[in-house]
Design a protein around this ligand. Structure first.
Ligand code: URA
Length: 440
């Protein structure tokens, strides 16, 4: 078999066999295929796509490229949750303790930020002392005892994805449904949970700019998960504006704590209740409506917040910052930004808020960059709110005023103020299960 022929076949839009896909994935991990040939095939897949069978084969080969985590020592149903990535998305920090406080086990392996903003691990690591690289046995013990644990993904979980993603990132081949679906699902399948809830983002701050494309991605991933024997459901949710009122690592932890105490912003709280209810229902805890009631109850009575503290303590973190987020170290510089005209915030361009948070130091410009755990943005207004000329609609935090000014320029270009109020968008555009697509 020759890599040249595989590239040429896909360039002509022909489906690849399981053997050809296996040759490519294994050769890539073993370092036997040069990067230029791997990149050429990635570009051909991006342009000519893959059918469901090819995407499932690619996922299985990637999942088999490293270890598969064995969660059988943890009793009960294990549910995993994954977001395709958005700006201000701190839902994992909220829904995992909600589910765990209601008896569902969550053994979660997360990544650092892939795009502009920090990932769940970056957010957790803004808590002083918090350890996210703990041994496998300790991880399993915490899930058994506390109900959930979140650790950073080991390098041996789907190593093919690590290699392929690094090349996709520099060859403009990230935005491809078969490549995104196989990348995410290979890691989810290797991570070993029984059920998988996917939060597929759509809008200006997401990979999938339209709801139709997001539904297509969701259907592909649900079908891969179900065929691999995992109960899988996807929600397609809005990412046209940042989620909640905080972007940036410790700022998001503080907002997650407020939400767990029942005092979170409406959009974030609503989405978390919906995600947690689906996790509970996947685990067989009843119909969606009773699971929503249970999730709301865990936020209202403090049991979910207590669970987060238990997990953070078990992983060495200082829980006093969770009780009192004002104890997080302060960024050195801060700057209020204001619109020059009065009117309704009509559009926010979530992607540009991600770029601004990266400019402030809350995300990485290149994958080897460090991250400033205390940099970020606090929003005072969201889409549809009225702003007066000169009234601050956000406050920026960074280690220097220059960084704040750079982000301010980005945001003043991103935000659109108009006389008319924008139409309300739903938070959840669709639910995708093995049985079909529901649009609320
Ligand atoms: N997240 C991933 O893990 N992989 C992708 O390709 C896109 C988002």
């Amino acid at each position: 078999m020759r890599m040249y022929d595989i590239i040429e076949k896909k360039r002509r839009g022909k489906p690849l066999t399981r053997e050809e896909i296996g040759f490519f994935v294994n050769g890539c991990v073993a370092g036997k295929i040069p990067d230029y040939q791997v990149s050429a095939l990635l570009m051909a897949i991006c342009l000519r796509e893959m059918d469901d069978r090819e995407t499932a084969d690619l996922t299985a080969c990637m999942a088999d490229s490293g270890e598969r985590v064995d969660l059988s020592s943890i009793p009960g149903v294990k549910v995993d949750k994954h977001s395709t990535g958005g700006v201000g998305d701190k839902t994992t920090l909220i829904v995992s303790p909600v589910a765990a406080s209601l008896g569902v086990r969550v053994a979660k392996m997360s990544g650092r930020g892939l795009g502009y903003t920090g990932g769940t691990i970056d957010k957790l690591e803004s808590i002083p002392g918090m350890r996210t690289s703990i041994g496998r046995e300790r991880f399993l013990e915490i899930v058994r005892r506390v109900g959930f644990s979140i650790i950073s993904q080991s390098g041996n979980l789907a190593p093919a994805d690590k290699k392929l993603y690094a090349l996709r990132d520099v060859t403009a081949t990230v935005e491809s449904i078969p490549l995104i679906a196989s990348s995410i699902m290979s890691k989810k399948i290797a991570a070993g949970s029984d059920c998988i809830l996917l939060d597929v983002k759509t809008g200006s701050g997401a990979f999938m700019k339209t709801a139709d494309d997001a539904v297509r991605l969701a259907r592909t991933m649900v079908s891969i998960g179900e065929n691999a024997g995992r109960k899988t459901v996807a929600l397609v949710t809005d990412m046209n504006e940042p989620l909640g009122m905080a972007i940036g690592n410790s700022l998001e932890v503080a907002e997650a704590c407020r939400t767990l105490k029942g005092k979170g912003p409406k959009d974030l709280t609503g989405l978390c209740v919906e995600l947690a209810a689906h996790m509970l229902s996947l685990a067989g805890r009843g119909d969606l409506e009773s699971c929503r009631t249970a999730a709301r109850g865990a936020l209202a009575d403090g049991s979910a917040f207590a669970k987060l503290k238990e997990m953070v303590e078990a992983q060495g973190g200082d829980v006093s910052v969770l009780d009192d987020p004002k104890r997080f170290p302060k960024a050195k510089a801060c700057l209020d930004i204001a619109a020059s005209t009065s009117g309704y915030l009509y559009a926010m361009d979530a992607g540009q808020w991600g770029v601004a948070s990266m400019q402030l130091g809350a995300g990485r410009r290149t994958k080897d960059d460090g991250i400033d755990g205390n940099a970020g943005i606090v929003l005072h207004k969201k889409t549809g709110d009225f702003v007066n000329a000169g009234e601050p609609f956000a406050t920026l935090y960074a280690s220097s005023e220059d960084l704040c000014r750079e982000a301010e320029r980005t945001l003043l270009r991103a935000v659109e103020v108009r006389e008319e109020k924008p139409a309300r968008r739903p938070l959840v555009f669709a639910r995708v299960t093995k049985d079909g697509v529901w649009k609320p």
